[in-house]
Write a protein that binds this ligand. Structure first.
Ligand code: AMP
Ligand code: ZN
Length: 479
């Protein structure tokens, strides 16, 4: 097997993965703020994190993987500005902030499952407020100062603040709260006092008054409590490289009394990894745009969720990926081809993957690709090469495909071709009705009654069914 190498945003280099604890891998991935549904861009971050987790398991490490749930403290801007996302949505929907959090967490977990993302630990920020206050107390004297609005972290008190961020952009600067009394523009809230005369649904007593923790604090605290410092890998979307993660790192340095960042472990994690964005031209990804792109919308349009997982894997996680319906349909077709190829080895029991010469090349290619900073695009072609190998014992082929799919998470042995039909919820005809019409059409054709056969076909077309005579993939119809 090749050595696993990963791109570390902190050092900006591809580095070999060396676990902190022998035989183990401990990963923390920044999770969602559960004030709304997740969009498919958010879900790209978890497909990436899951593929990383699966790769670590494939390399033999025992994985501990946390995706936290932010149910308090995240303001409408990442940099301490605007209203609290949870309280705002609660007010809009006339529900409690706690109900909002529970509802959207459940929806998020459902999306994770539909995308084949393995079960992780999902601690909620509100379960760790005590610990966050303890952290605040530990940092307060040396690293923080109080203003009327709360306790602030002074970023000049730690070495190498902001090393993770590529460059301080004007846009980034513009996102930082301009607040009277701040010592440095980049200082951020550790504790946010509830303003005089206001009450919040989510608030706690603290040495700095009644209020709520700042958003960055929760990840530092839960990472340390659940994984210990330093842990192996911290992940998030590329936007977190600019503000959230530099702030987390500063808190971690302060809490552990650690020095500068030329030693990655002082940041709290040895490796920091960031997935690039999923982008969409018409702005349908923004949660403020009304009907935004959620996984459920893809399902409603008839796409199996795993076609979206495949779409993500087709791009390297560090590249931007543009969403389009055509692209999704292409991914679905590719998935169908894989599932159809797997049908031939579905009914056998896999044999322990004996060295088999015919699979040596695709297996080596797969391992090399995935070991090289998660090269999923090439790993997918290796999978397809393995699927195309002919005249081999199906037991061995099955073992090879299972071995690769354990990393890719496409559930190739669980999926059926029927599940991969494009079947929009808006369809006006059921599958049984279609099958019935096709049987009648076949009978008519057998009797050379082409008028009836064409009429049935036109009827189907009117209901949105595409009849695909002689389709190379063996699909007889499509909605
Ligand atoms: P949030 O709920 O805003 O904290 O975002 C959850 C995760 O999704 C974070 O890791 C973000 O960095 C990531 N993320 C947000 N938008 C996108 C996008 N368009 N593409 C990929 N990842 C994203
Ligand atoms: Zn975080």
């Amino acid at each position: 097997m090749s050595e696993l190498k990963l791109f570390n945003s902190l050092t900006r280099e591809i580095e070999p993965f060396v676990p902190v604890h022998e035989g183990e891998a401990r990963v923390y991935s920044c999770g969602p703020t559960v004030y709304n549904y997740q969009h498919i861009g958010n879900m790209r971050a978890y497909v990436f994190a899951d593929t990383l987790g699966r790769t670590l398991q494939y390399k033999g490490y025992k994985l501990t993987h946390v995706i936290n749930i932010t149910d308090v403290g995240h303001l409408t801007s990442d940099a301490d500005e605007g209203e609290d996302k949870m309280e705002k949505m609660a007010a809009t929907q006339g529900k409690s902030a706690w109900d909002i959090a529970a509802f959207y967490q459940a929806d998020f977990e459902n999306d994770l499952a539909r995308l084949g993302i393995q079960k992780k630990q999902h601690p909620r920020a509100t379960e760790y407020v005590e610990e966050m206050i303890e952290w605040g107390k530990a940092m307060a004297d040396k690293h923080c100062y109080e203003l009327d609005s709360g306790l602030y972290f002074d970023i000049s008190t730690v070495a190498d603040y902001g090393r993770l961020a590529r460059a301080v952009t004007e846009e980034g600067e513009g996102r930082i709260e301009k607040l009277e009394g701040k010592r440095n523009a980049g200082d951020f809230a550790i504790w946010r006092k509830t303003p005089e005369g206001e009450t919040r649904q989510m608030e706690w007593d603290s040495p700095w008054g009644k209020g709520a923790p700042g958003w960055h604090l929760e990840c530092s605290v839960m990472g340390e409590k659940l994984l210990g410092f330093p842990f192996d890998i911290h992940t998030g979307g590329i936007d977190h490289r600019e503000i959230h993660h530099p702030n987390e790192i500063a808190q971690n340095q302060a809490f552990c009394g650690c020095g500068g960042l030329s030693e990655a472990r002082n940041s709290g994690a040895n490796i920091w990894m960031h997935n690039n964005f999923l982008v969409e031209r018409s702005g349908k990804m923004s949660k403020s745009s009304g009907e935004f792109l959620r996984l459920q919308l893809l399902v409603d349009k008839g796409f199996h969720p795993l076609s979206y997982r495949l779409m993500c894997l087709q791009a390297h996680y560090r590249s931007e990926l543009e969403f389009s319906w055509e692209g999704l349909e292409a991914a679905l077709t590719r998935l169908k081809r894989m599932v159809i190829a797997v049908e031939r080895v579905k009914d056998v029991v896999s044999e322990p993957m004996a060295e088999h010469q015919k699979f040596a090349a695709p297996l080596a290619k797969f391992d090399e690709a995935i070991s090289d900073d998660l090269g999923t695009p090439v790993a997918l072609t290796a999978l397809e090469e393995a699927l195309a190998v002919k005249k081999v014992a199906p037991e061995i082929k099955r073992a090879v495909i299972e071995h690769m799919d354990a990393v890719l998470g496409l559930n190739l042995f669980g999926l059926t071709r029927e599940e991969l039909r494009i079947r929009p919820v808006s369809a006006e005809i059921t599958e049984d009705e279609i099958e019935d019409a096709l049987a009648r059409r076949k009978a008519a054709r057998a009797e050379k009654d082409f008028a009836t056969s064409d009429a049935i076909r036109d009827e189907l077309i009117a209901k949105g069914v595409d009849v695909m005579d002689g389709d190379p993939l063996g699909w007889e119809w499509k909605l």
